[in-house]
Design a protein around this ligand. Structure first.
Ligand SMILES: C[S@@+](CC[C@H](N)C(=O)[O-])C[C@H]1O[C@@H](n2cnc3c(N)ncnc32)[C@H](O)[C@@H]1O
Length: 273
């Protein structure tokens, strides 16, 4: 690890499910505990397509990073809510295109931070920042010497804004995206997607369950028009804001009748001018 900062030294709570470990469990990973697995069983009872959505989201993350690196010339990534290291992490995808690509991972889950720091300690183009994603000033300070601020940076908010509550102030998800976007060099990009549903009952049930199992460490399933607000004032790249499986797919996306109907990961990419 080239740069880092002092850990905020919270201990790992193995008894309360964490979003990072539940997501790892849905992806078929092994970095999770029995309470995480039990919480996933409860989630799958009310949202049976959660595993399919998690896989589609992770595939979108890999695809968007590759396309930004290959097609848009981006070699710097600020990954908000990076999650537990898994196969094909952001730095691996980006560095396959450009071995000098730099990635700053930001997460506040102590297990994510510990694993990321161990896994990536030999990669001098990776840093791990142990912070709440909403602490923009501290994150920019921590990454000030790491990134080249004259070159584009892609700020990633992939499946993390649904973990944040509406606060009506500068901690609000839309305010966070705007604040980060306006801090980036011209020609940078913002990538954001989150769980949305058109069904008020599904929104309410999934939100309530996630709040219950994570001890109120989750935000809200939203509606697609709320995701659109994240991109206000930015130029959204084609194909626009979509179900992430439809965002520049490498292979034909599943037909509509085989897609999850309850929830969808919805979002896209915008250029910051
Ligand atoms: C569902 S995972 C998504 C991981 C990765 N972005 C992906 O899409 O594959 C959400 C991640 O965001 C992190 N997270 C949630 N709220 C956060 C916050 N307020 N500050 C920092 N990280 C947060 C969680 O710890 C978890 O690792």
């Amino acid at each position: 690890m080239a740069h880092g900062e002092k850990s905020q030294s919270r201990s790992i709570d193995m008894n309360t499910p964490s979003v990072a470990r539940m997501y790892d469990c849905l992806l078929g990973g092994s970095e999770n505990f029995q309470p995480d697995r039990d919480a996933c069983v409860k989630l799958l009872e009310i949202a049976p397509t959660s595993q399919q959505l998690a896989r589609a989201n992770r595939a979108f993350l890999r695809r968007v990073v590759r396309i930004l690196a290959e097609g848009f010339g981006v070699a710097q990534f600020l990954d908000h809510g990076s999650g537990l290291p898994t196969r094909d992490n952001v730095h691996e995808v980006a560095q396959r295109v450009d071995p000098n690509a730099k990635v700053a991972y930001i997460d506040n889950d102590p297990m994510v931070v510990a694993h990321a720091r161990t896994t990536m300690r030999d990669n001098s183009n990776v840093m791990v920042v142990d912070r709440d994603v909403r602490d923009t000033a501290e994150i920019l300070e921590a990454t000030a010497d790491f990134f080249d601020w004259t070159q584009p940076i892609a700020a990633l908010f992939v499946s993390v804004l649904d973990c944040l509550r509406d606060t009506g102030d500068d901690r609000d998800p839309a305010a966070l995206v705007k604040r980060v976007a306006t801090s980036l060099p011209a020609g940078s990009y913002v990538v954001a997607c989150q769980l949305v549903s058109d069904d008020a009952v599904v929104r309410e049930k999934v939100t309530a369950l996630m709040a219950e199992v994570t001890n109120n460490s989750w935000g809200r399933v939203r509606q697609s028009h709320e995701v659109r607000r994240y991109f206000e004032g930015m130029e959204v790249e084609p194909p626009g804001l979509v179900d992430v499986v439809d965002w520049r797919p490498d292979t034909p996306p599943p037909p509509l009748n085989l897609r999850p109907k309850d929830c969808v990961e919805w979002g896209g990419v915008a250029r910051v001018s």
